[in-house]
Ligand binder design. Structure first.
Ligand code: AGP
Length: 605
């Protein structure tokens, strides 16, 4: 998952390209590059590491080109290096690519037999030479179409040509790509966030689309090389949301604004007067739903696991949960009485998008729960429930998780009411409990100092475990994921009752074990599992909302969260775990917003 930018202008473009690449760095940050056309020549500069390095290179050796492309990389084929960084150029063509070309080896062999000399280990360089080769016999549009026909896999491309030095060409299949409209210049970018600093007028490409940009014109062609018109969207202005304010990093800001995420979501969906939840023309009558299938990846998948408990307990609808990268390859029976729900912060995650595409092809009802409402998953689903969390920049998802769980819970409550699985009184009580959530989240955020002390205990640890039962189990999974992706410490989330079936062997003197034990129907069982861990030397950090009756002399730390409805406890349990991962990573001087080897939106398989 890389970031692409292209600009066709009548004035030098490299500084705008650099600024847009900085906005795109959450998509990949192991190397960067730029190519412009100046004096009829392709001018290419690339470097390993952050865009800042590229900016320094350009400072010494500026480019005056009025047309160019840029790229930030998350390596798939070939290690992060200067030669593997994009763009990949020949005499005639320069290409930036986001995606994976699955048949690149075969194509490479043919091109090497034709005498082309490859410099990099990437799959992308194949596109450069294929196009260079086809331009010998075909005009530019036919050469591009013939090139794309030969490619298997996913791509979003930005291409410039020595011979046609006033156009930038873009093409999409699977990976997101958008066009932005400016004054005497036009833009190409991986997403609206990249283009927002230059325009609020954009068009999204769909699979198979090609666009040809010059500084005063934009043309679109479909996969059959037929000219098409595309809708121009106006983006909402949210400049103020994308700065850190007085926070050290975006993650700290995003953790500390989760009460606002909850407030906004409740305001958007709860009719305060009628004490009712409004889902605005939901695509399927809840009474007719026979099964719900919840699909997502990573943190979004953990929101699905949490919702499974809510749906089963409150709506009496059977639920399946699935990791998108597995769902899309399983032998499935589709049923149009089922509802397929896709959960994704970015709305661009390739596996989730492909799973949705599979459902569309089988004509079943789909609903997307996303943060980016202009995303591919949102635009492709029958119905969208936005989570209203605002842009989430830190790679580790925090406020989006709270937003995803909240919209799922609102969906559960509304369905349980429509299906008369809960009484009207219960329904109204649950809504009033829900309205207290933003201030409860604010209260929990006050545990920062305590968590900072606890975090020190993880610095010398070889690993960590997170245990929970029922609704606390998916939160244990999420806690472990946050610690892994931010502090690079190996951690596992586990159903507490499952420990004695093997993982208990991992417990040794001093191993930090976070136990989630709210006062619910699983409380006693979880506490006895905790005692089994303590008996083997585990260092327990207990998070509960009822510490009085617990034998805690051997508990290392107890962190108390406010009491609330059992169904809402997962929201409050999550925050200390986010803070723990944050503080362990800070103490280890890890890059909080851009952890190694990761990216914010995973647009490749
Ligand atoms: C979570 O912190 C990670 N960034 C990752 O697991 C993420 O949740 C996953 O890639 C799914 O992303 P999405 O919600 O944008 O689809």
């Amino acid at each position: 998952m890389c970031g692409i930018i292209g600009i066709a202008s009548n004035k030098p473009v490299s500084s705008n390209i650099i600024q847009s690449l900085k906005r795109l760095e959450y998509r990949g940050y192991d190397s960067a590059g730029i190519a412009t056309i100046g004096n009829g020549e392709i001018y290419e500069k690339k470097c390993i590491g952050r865009v800042d390095n590229l900016e320094k290179v350009l400072f010494k050796n500026p480019s005056k080109g009025i047309l160019g492309i840029g790229h930030v990389r998350w390596a798939t084929h070939g290690v992060p290096s200067q030669v593997n960084a994009h763009p990949h150029s020949s005499e005639q063509v320069s290409v930036v690519h986001n995606g994976i070309i699955e048949n690149s080896n075969d194509l490479k062999k043919d091109l090497e037999n034709k005498g082309y000399k490859f410099k990099s280990q990437t799959d992308t360089e194949v596109i450069t030479f294929l196009l260079t080769d086809l331009l010998k016999d075909f005009d530019i549009l036919n050469a591009i179409h013939k090139t794309l026909e030969k490619l298997h896999g996913s791509f979003a491309l930005g291409i410039i040509f020595k011979k046609f030095n006033n156009i930038v060409v873009g093409a999409r299949r699977g990976s997101p790509l958008a066009v932005g409209y400016g004054h005497e210049e036009n833009y190409l970018g991986s997403d609206s966030y990249a283009l927002k600093s230059m325009t609020n007028k954009i068009t999204y490409l769909d699979d198979g689309d090609i666009c040809v940009l010059s500084n005063n014109k934009v043309e679109f062609y479909n996969s059959k090389n037929i000219k098409i018109n595309k809708e121009v969207l106006t983006l909402s202005d949210d400049k103020h949301i994308t700065d850190k304010g007085d926070h050290k990093d975006f993650m700290s800001k995003e953790i500390n604004e989760q009460h606002v995420t909850a407030q906004t979501c409740i305001k958007e969906y709860v009719d305060q007067l009628r004490q009712d939840i409004n889902l605005y023309h939901f695509p399927i009558e809840p009474k007719d739903i026979t099964k719900i299938i919840l699909i997502g990846c990573g943190t979004a998948y953990h929101a699905c696991v949490t919702a499974k408990y809510w749906f089963e307990e409150l709506t009496n609808i059977p639920v399946e949960i699935d990791i998108a990268s597995e769902f899309r390859y399983r032998k499935l029976k589709f049923d149009n009485k089922n509802l397929y729900v896709f959960v994704s912060q970015s709305g661009e995650t390739a596996d989730t998008y492909a799973a949705l595409d599979l459902c569309k092809k089988n004509n079943v009802k789909t609903c997307a729960i996303v943060n980016v409402v202009e995303s591919s998953i949102a635009r492709t689903s029958d119905f969208v429930l936005p989570i209203h969390a605002g842009p989430e920049i830190g790679v580790a998802s925090t406020k989006a998780f709270i937003g995803q769980m909240l919209v799922l819970y609102l969906l559960v409550l509304k369905m349980s009411e429509v299906r008369k699985e809960i009484s009207q009184t219960d329904y109204v009580n649950k809504i009033s409990e829900l309205k207290k959530l933003p201030s409860l989240i604010k209260d929990v955020l006050k545990c920062q100092d305590q968590v900072q002390v606890i975090a020190k205990d993880f610095l010398k640890a070889k690993g960590a475990m997170f245990l929970g039962r029922g609704l606390s189990f998916p939160i244990a999974l999420e806690g472990a994921l946050k610690l892994k992706e931010l502090s690079y410490l190996h951690a596992e989330g586990y159903p507490a009752g499952e420990m004695k079936h093997g993982p208990l062997a991992l417990i040794e003197e001093g191993l930090p074990v976070v136990v989630l034990a709210p006062k619910d129907k699983y409380f006693e069982k979880t506490i006895s599992n905790m005692q089994e861990v303590i008996a083997r030397g585990g260092k327990v950090i207990l998070i509960t909302n009822e510490s009085t009756n617990i034998i805690s002399e051997n508990v290392r730390f107890t962190l108390e969260i406010p009491k609330t409805d059992d169904y809402l406890t997962p929201f409050l349990m999550t925050i200390p775990l986010q803070l723990l991962a944050y503080h362990v990573a800070s103490l280890k001087n890890c890059d909080i917003d851009k952890p190694r080897n990761l990216a914010k939106s995973v647009t490749v398989e």
